[in-house]
Design a protein around this ligand. Structure first.
Ligand code: S3P
Length: 185
């Protein structure tokens, strides 16, 4: 008699909870602000993986870049993000570069992923004057536009849908709610 195929072995421990939505996008897209508003509207918890990473390590992001370099930061980030995706049932926002890690892209494959698409001018306006180690000090505006162009195809490849993130965060959160409702119909 033919045996039924064995169920797949889970590779990561999980609580079986699934985020209501995962927000991705470049620095300045408004992931944290919109994420908090979206969680409010949906009546669920919100977690920002950058804040969670700082909480767990007890170090700021610039400090981690300084001591562990970009690669070290990505390793810590991957651990935090995959753990949060496995255990958080609310809205999750990821750091802008999280999608550059293959393991994170894999973990996002079965999630509802919302790409907040920001224009270079609007996004840079929002981050200028903040401490963003990846933008350097030479010409941060140019570096911002360059990195955004490089990342855009990756965001597009992993998202379930995208939303224009140039308007004010309230309007963006409303647009996400509308689109999520459509996805669930
Ligand atoms: C990064 C974005 C930052 C933070 C880190 C690296 C990136 O997050 O994770 O500085 O590679 O784009 P935000 O997108 O929340 O600013």
């Amino acid at each position: 008699m033919t045996q039924p195929p064995a169920p797949p072995t889970p590779t990561r421990p999980t609580t079986g909870r699934r985020p209501a939505a995962v927000l991705i996008g470049f620095m300045g897209a408004g992931k944290s602000t919109v994420g908090r508003m979206l969680a409010d509207r949906l009546g669920v918890d919100f977690i920002d993986t950058d804040i969670e990473l700082v909480r767990r390590t007890g170090r700021s992001i610039p400090e981690i870049f300084e001591s562990d370099g970009l690669e070290g930061f990505r390793t810590i980030e991957a651990n935090v993000v995959t753990d949060v995706l496995d255990n958080h049932g609310g809205v999750v926002s990821l750091g802008g570069g999280a999608v550059t890690t293959a393991g994170i892209r894999e973990a996002l494959a079965d999630q509802r992923v919302v790409y907040l698409r920001v224009s270079p001018d609007r996004g840079y306006d929002r981050v200028s004057g903040t401490d963003r180690p990846l933008l350097g000090t030479d010409d941060p505006a140019a570096r911002y536009a360059e990195l955004l162009a490089e990342r855009t195809p990756v965001y597009e490849a992993v998202c379930t849908f995208d939303v224009d993130a140039d308007p004010d965060p309230d309007a963006v959160a409303d647009a996400v709610v509308v689109q999520l409702a459509r996805e669930l119909m």
